[in-house]
Design a protein around this ligand. Structure first.
Ligand SMILES: NC(=O)c1ccc[n+]([C@@H]2O[C@H](COP(=O)([O-])OP(=O)(O)OC[C@H]3O[C@@H](n4cnc5c(N)ncnc54)[C@H](O)[C@@H]3O)[C@@H](O)[C@H]2O)c1
Length: 259
């Protein structure tokens, strides 16, 4: 048993959503390295299979579950399957998210509902399904990947900012309701992080090189963050060193919102 496994508990189970890509993939990989048995949820079965293969090749333990996180029945069924076949989760990391580039006036009903469903209702559904299992064991940590868009307004991101501010509010409410039950709930608010998502935005820009420079320049460091940097903060918050962190919205943005 590694020293890390000993610290987090031999068979601690972590659920990570959005694990097929970007920050979710890096988080699943990092938590597997830390010794967690990782249950991975995503819509993208092929992406999940790639993350799964990588974790297995590097000696970790992970299990892919293809699920639409907006579907309460799907989320409930997969969570029960995880509890029965792998074990009750000690850690839940809500990473899956989507965005739409639009002001309020440009946002369709469909886009509004979809962004809120994935970014806010999804974490609500996974939390509602997982919390009873955590309460049974008297401990658990829920980490929600919000965004700087949950702290400040971002141009042409109306639904996205609303969903992420809502997720920060949900995080605080869960912390307040369940701190005495041994549950911690924490939001992490990244600035711009170089993932497939950002890659697609840049590829579709009229001038991808200029767009990349502008995105990197939003951070005081002049660079985008890496998914691994976010995953490292998740590992800290979820682990024993993070036990005094609760109900917080931790900003991880290379100084983007300091200016
Ligand atoms: N990349 C950034 O700059 C950045 C900055 C701040 C916050 N975030 C947040 O981090 C999270 C991950 O972002 P990313 O850049 O890694 O994105 P990404 O697009 O690379 O990955 C998102 C994953 O979520 C999955 N997903 C989307 N809808 C789903 C659904 N209904 N059910 C199941 N899975 C679904 C996708 O299949 C994908 O694998 C998002 O919540 C995003 O808002 C990203």
């Amino acid at each position: 048993m590694s020293e890390r496994s000993e610290r987090i508990g031999m068979s601690a189970v972590a659920v990570v959503t959005g694990a097929a890509s970007g920050i979710g993939r890096a988080t699943a990989v990092r938590l597997a390295q830390e010794g967690y048995e990782v249950a991975m949820m995503d819509l993208d079965a092929a992406g999940l299979a790639r993350t799964h293969a990588h974790i297995q090749e590097t000696g970790g333990r992970a299990h892919p579950f293809t699920v639409d996180l907006c579907d309460p029945l799907d989320v409930g069924a997969v969570t029960r399957e995880i509890a029965v076949t792998i074990g009750a989760p000690q850690v839940l990391v809500n990473v899956a998210g989507i965005g739409v580039a639009a002001t309020v006036l440009e946002t369709s009903d469909e886009d509004w509902n979809r962004v809120l469903a994935v970014n806010l209702t999804g974490p609500f559904l996974t939390t509602r399904a997982t919390l009873p299992l955590m309460l049974d064991r008297g401990s658990g940590v829920i980490v929600n990947i919000a965004s700087v868009g949950g702290q400040v307004g971002l141009a042409r991101r109306a639904a996205y900012c609303a969903s992420k501010a809502g997720l920060v509010g949900l995080t605080r409410a869960i912390a307040v309701d369940h701190a005495r039950d041994g549950i911690r709930c924490v939001a992490i608010c990244p600035g711009t992080v170089e993932t497939e998502w950002i890659g697609k935005i840049l590829a579709n820009a009229p001038d991808p090189v200029a767009a990349r420079e502008a995105m990197a320049g939003r951070q005081l460091d002049g660079r985008m963050g890496t998914p691994e940097e976010v995953a490292a903060m998740v590992a800290f918050v979820a682990g024993p060193d993070g036990r005094f962190v609760n109900g917080a919205a931790l900003v991880l943005d290379g100084g983007m919102t300091a200016a």
